[in-house]
Unconditional design. Sequence first.
Length: 198
Amino acid sequence: MDDELSRVAISIYQKAKKGNYYCGDSYYYKETENEFVCALADGLGSGEPAMDSSQAVMDIIEKYPELPIESIIKKCNEALLGKRGVVLGILKIDFNQNTYSYSSIGNIGVITIDQDGHRSRNIPLAGYLAGYPRKLRVSRGKAGEGMVFMMFSDGVQDRRLSAKHTSTRNVKFITEQYKQLYGENRDDDTTLIAMKYK
């Protein structure tokens, strides 16, 4: 799926684990006049119960996209009481300040590629959200024109997102290339979201 928003270009490749009808990964994104938010959650396990948990988190983010990341995650955590846990990544771009912030809990990966082609891979906090309080870490930086962000679930092996395949600023090419090369080898639910700040 591709979307040319006014400030962000986004392309998404998603497939359920081989043999599964339901995908346990859920995502949400929204661009407003002031900011862009994108979130990806992977429910623990697979199938419908995993999808139920990840979608519950997306419903919260859709309801409160304007809140700071820390507050959003706190609300997501509360929504998971009595459900399976999730791993979660949230990215925000502030158009007025030209800054970005993101947080990743569990094995949701985030890669940033700045205007000079410098790649940075985040180290997510270990664990998952499951209704109990936990520590958070939010990374922040300057968002420059043409900067690329990739967010992905553990069905994507980040070593396959090599510089050779992601040196382009074309987000559709990034997801299409990944789909063609690795789309059939799915031992887990797979979601790759590529975004460019225009």
